[in-house]
Design a protein around this ligand. Structure first.
Ligand SMILES: Nc1ncnc2c1ncn2[C@@H]1O[C@H](COP(=O)(O)OP(=O)(O)OP(=O)(O)O)[C@@H](O)[C@H]1O
Ligand SMILES: Cc1cn([C@H]2C[C@H](O)[C@@H](COP(=O)(O)O)O2)c(=O)[nH]c1=O
Length: 188
């Protein structure tokens, strides 16, 4: 299975991935952006704010995704893959473009390969504001609360549009409660 943990910045993805690492010892753990050698360079460019064009930024993430599919997902498609982010973030975060156009571009990048299970961790604006205040914000996080909540809404629209098997979990629940809901969703 190709499992993805999705959510906007600070939603709790890394926290749950650390717990999943203990449970799925044979799984391939990966991420977007930055899950390949090329992806590390693309991540640095995209998150470093080097692209003045939002379209150029989007293509940096698309290139990362295409390389990730080729180098990590396809070779391991018959094993358990657990990824921090995916095409869902890719479509949701490119908020200057129409979702349908983004779906087409991302299906090219992913060769029509989609996650089999997506866990969406959802934050309230209040919880997001608190969590962002607890860390140094990167160029995307600096776009603010309304921008990120809009991204979160676009994630749900994208999941429905792609008809992907997903669960939306309140990210402000206790860490253990979220862990249990994920376990039940993955039937482990
Ligand atoms: N269920 C939770 N309740 C309260 N705080 C949480 C919960 N899960 C994670 N946190 C805290 O929220 C912050 C962000 O968590 P984490 O780094 O796991 O999020 P993330 O989605 O990986 O973030 P990013 O995408 O920005 O890297 C951390 O300080 C973490 O300790
Ligand atoms: C895959 C992907 C990610 N982003 C954004 C989302 C986050 O702000 C960063 C990644 O940070 P993380 O700490 O690794 O979660 O990049 C994006 O804008 N487009 C994408 O396709």
């Amino acid at each position: 299975m190709y499992v993805v943990i999705e959510g906007i910045d600070t939603a709790g993805k890394s926290t749950q991935l650390d717990l999943l690492q203990k449970k799925f010892k044979d799984a391939i753990f990966t991420k977007e952006p930055g899950g390949t050698q090329l992806g590390v360079k693309l991540r640095a460019m995209a998150l470093g704010g080097e692209a003045k064009s939002k379209i150029a930024e989007m293509f940096l993430f698309l290139a990362d995704r295409a390389e990730h599919i080729e180098e990590v997902i396809k070779p391991n498609i018959n094993n358990t893959i657990i990824s921090d982010r995916s095409v869902i973030s890719g479509i949701a975060y490119a908020s200057q473009l129409d979702i349908d156009k983004l779906v087409d571009l991302n299906l090219i990048a992913t060769e029509n390969i989609l996650p089999s299970h997506v866990i969406l961790l959802e934050l309230t604006p209040e919880e997001l504001k608190f969590r962002l205040s607890q860390k140094e914000n990167d160029s995307i996080e600096l776009r603010g609360i309304d921008y990120l909540i809009n991204i979160q809404n676009r994630m749900k629209i994208t999941l429905e549009k792609l008809n992907i098997n997903y669960i939306a979990i309140d990210a402000s629940l206790k860490i253990e409660e979220i862990e249990k809901k994920i376990e039940d969703f993955l039937n482990v």
